[in-house]
Ligand binder design. Structure first.
Ligand SMILES: [Zn+2]
Ligand SMILES: [Zn+2]
Length: 175
């Protein structure tokens, strides 16, 4: 059901509530709980317009403190499949998912791989910088203790870590 011939899309459009989760890039994107994916497809002459949304909770490891944390994400996206075959390169053009641009995918065959489309959106949505919170102090460079739990005993790195300095600057700006 995740591979669809363009001819199978009815005039009035087609809503797909994706229950088959075989598309999900499990290995690359660990997640927690249920993933919800909904799509709406509409065909206009040589183009298929896909609007979709994916809801999931990613399970990431913080770059600073190395603790696991949950990141709920709601991804809304639009992809246009071009069935005209007019583009000589037949290339898939990719954009960042949070940009306002719509992806245009040129197809050699009029078969739309929705699983591929969904997986790509999820992969693009993994943040480059994974932080459990924006001001995560990380671990002490001296003793390796998680500074989220409070100051460590050695006191190393806490008082004047760049994050604390930044925090103080931000506090000043607020006043
Ligand atoms: Zn952290
Ligand atoms: Zn320490």
């Amino acid at each position: 059901m995740l591979r669809l011939k363009a001819a199978e899309i009815p005039e009035e459009g087609l809503a797909v509530n994706v229950t088959d989760m075989s598309w999900f890039p499990r290995r690359e994107v660990p997640h927690q709980g249920k993933v919800r994916a909904e799509l709406f497809l509409k065909r206009r002459s040589e183009k298929v317009f896909v609007t979709g949304s994916i809801k999931l909770v990613m399970l990431l490891v913080c770059d600073r403190c190395l603790e696991k944390f949950e990141l709920p994400r709601e991804l809304d996206f639009q992809v246009v499949f071009d069935l005209s075959g007019e583009d000589p390169a037949l290339q898939v053009r990719e954009h960042e998912c949070d940009s306002d641009e719509t992806d245009v995918v040129f197809l050699e065959e009029p078969v739309i791989d929705l699983g591929n489309t969904l997986a790509q959106q999820v992969l693009l949505a993994v943040p480059q910088k994974k932080l459990c919170r924006t001001d995560c102090p990380g671990i002490c460079p001296e003793c390796g203790e998680d500074l989220n739990e409070g100051r460590c005993d050695c006191g190393g790195g806490t008082v004047d870590s760049p994050f604390n300095v930044l925090g103080r600057l931000l506090d000043k700006q607020k006043k």
